[in-house]
Design a protein around this ligand. Structure first.
Ligand code: AMP
Ligand code: MG
Length: 414
């Protein structure tokens, strides 16, 4: 089995690089209060405890009749004393021989203990005839049955999405304490890069990385300062770094890290900051760089489009989550039966692009998106997962069980 040109046994695996980044980087300090509407995507800065019981009062889970269970049996008739609606409780008396018409969410009237659903009774005027007995407490959602006041419902470090917004609203929270939003400055480097929508001169390509990366970073909850394309010119790269460093928590660049003749990122990094590591045992994405600038952290992504997206997803995303105050979490991995033969040389951990699906019998299978060139952006848009092949693995045959990492919402999700 041939080793490819880029196999370098000394390079760190992505998981080790992540450990190293987490060791060096402390979450950003600070707290601000935002409205519930502004809270999605933000990270809670403190635990949220419920100020009320949930539910706040005993209420009906069904449309039907509130009764005393002891009075109800097959053939029994009760008289309707009144009606209880959600938001309009029945305030009157309900004596022996009586019941209350009740709607879902209405408070259980004083003295009653159970709900009989309307489907199992016969109604004539204000007389309700029951066809079966009822267990005490049936269809009653008891006060505090979900949780009692004082219970922590959301922990500090939780990223807020729809479920969390629902919880915050349910316990009546309108102002939400959150960690500061990360500001990320982003620029591409390369004389060949032209803006989509313009004409390409010979040798030019469109700058796709900045647009794809900006989209990913926004989906990760960052405020993105897009500094555009910086030409391969030492002074201009230097100037871009100064600006980016001054206005961001993290500076992210694409291209110019391969240390070719027009690659000035390393030169400027050496002048201005401190490089922590340069190059990892990852494919695509080997020339990934991480370090410190005077004010901001720095991630240098490779120029090849797929490499830049893979490293943004696998390395930048966990770093940003950590900076934002989220606890470390493992990517959700699945095992799937490979449908194609995959080419791989030992030496680097690979993130090949795959399409995960389920067969009729329910087992997970994964298909390759085809050619895996790190310049092929369509392989990212067609994929819904990475097929992760361990460092020492070689060619992998169809029929093997492989590890897959389904894309999260940052890459469109599954
Ligand atoms: P570099 O890391 O600058 O040597 O770039 C490696 C490869 O990625 C070259 O083929 C570049 O043309 C290409 N590339 C660099 N930046 C971008 C970009 N922003 N969008 C698309 N392709 C890029
Ligand atoms: Mg370049």
């Amino acid at each position: 089995m041939s080793h490819d040109c880029c196999s370098q046994p000394g390079l760190m695996l992505p998981a080790d690089a992540l450990l190293r980044m987490r060791e060096q980087v402390a979450p950003l300090d600070g707290e601000e209060w935002v409205s519930l509407e502004q809270s999605p995507g933000r990270v809670l800065s403190r635990d949220i405890a419920a100020a009320i019981d949930l539910p706040p009062f005993d209420n009906s889970a069904m449309d039907g009749y509130a009764v005393r269970a002891a009075e109800v049996a097959e053939g029994v008739t009760l008289t309707v004393a009144g009606k209880a609606f959600a938001g309009a409780p029945y305030a009157g008396e309900c004596g022996p021989g009586q019941c209350v018409r009740i709607m879902t969410g209405a408070a259980l009237p004083e003295g009653l203990d159970s709900i009989v659903m309307q489907e199992v009774v016969q109604v004539e005027g204000d007389q309700v005839r029951f066809t079966e007995s009822v267990r005490e407490g049936h269809f009653v959602r008891g006060r505090g049955s979900e949780l009692t006041a004082g219970t922590v419902v959301l922990k500090a470090g939780t990223r807020i999405s729809a479920g969390e917004v629902g919880v915050l609203a349910t316990v009546g929270v309108a102002d939400v304490p959150v960690r500061p939003k990360l500001t990320v400055a982003l620029f591409s480097t390369g004389d060949e890069l032209k803006a989509p929508g313009t004409e390409l001169a010979p040798g030019d390509i469109y700058d796709s990385n900045r647009h794809a990366l900006r989209t990913m970073l926004q989906a990760m909850g960052c405020e993105v300062r897009d500094l555009g394309v910086i030409p391969d010119d030492l002074e201009l790269v230097r100037e871009a770094f100064r600006r980016a460093d001054a206005e961001a928590d993290v500076v992210i660049t694409s291209g110019g890290v391969s240390v070719g003749e027009a690659d000035f990122i390393k030169v400027v990094l050496d002048e201005m900051g401190k490089i922590s590591f340069w190059k990892l045992a990852i494919k695509p994405g080997k020339p990934f760089a991480f370090g410190r600038l005077p004010n901001a952290w720095f991630c240098g992504l490779p120029g090849n489009p797929v490499s830049s997206m893979v490293t943004c997803y696998e390395l930048v995303q966990p770093l940003l989550n950590h900076l934002a105050g989220e606890p470390a979490k493992d990517a959700p991995l699945l095992e799937a039966r490979l449908q194609d033969n995959l080419r791989k040389a030992p030496g680097r951990q690979e993130y090949q692009r795959g399409i995960l699906s389920r067969t009729e019998d329910g087992s997970l299978i994964v298909t390759s998106t085809g050619a895996q060139g790190s310049d092929m952006t369509t392989s990212m848009s067609r994929a819904n997962c990475f097929i992760i092949l361990p460092r020492e693995q070689g060619d992998t045959a169809a029929g093997s069980l492989v590890t897959v990492e389904p894309f999260n919402a940052v890459l469109g999700g599954l």
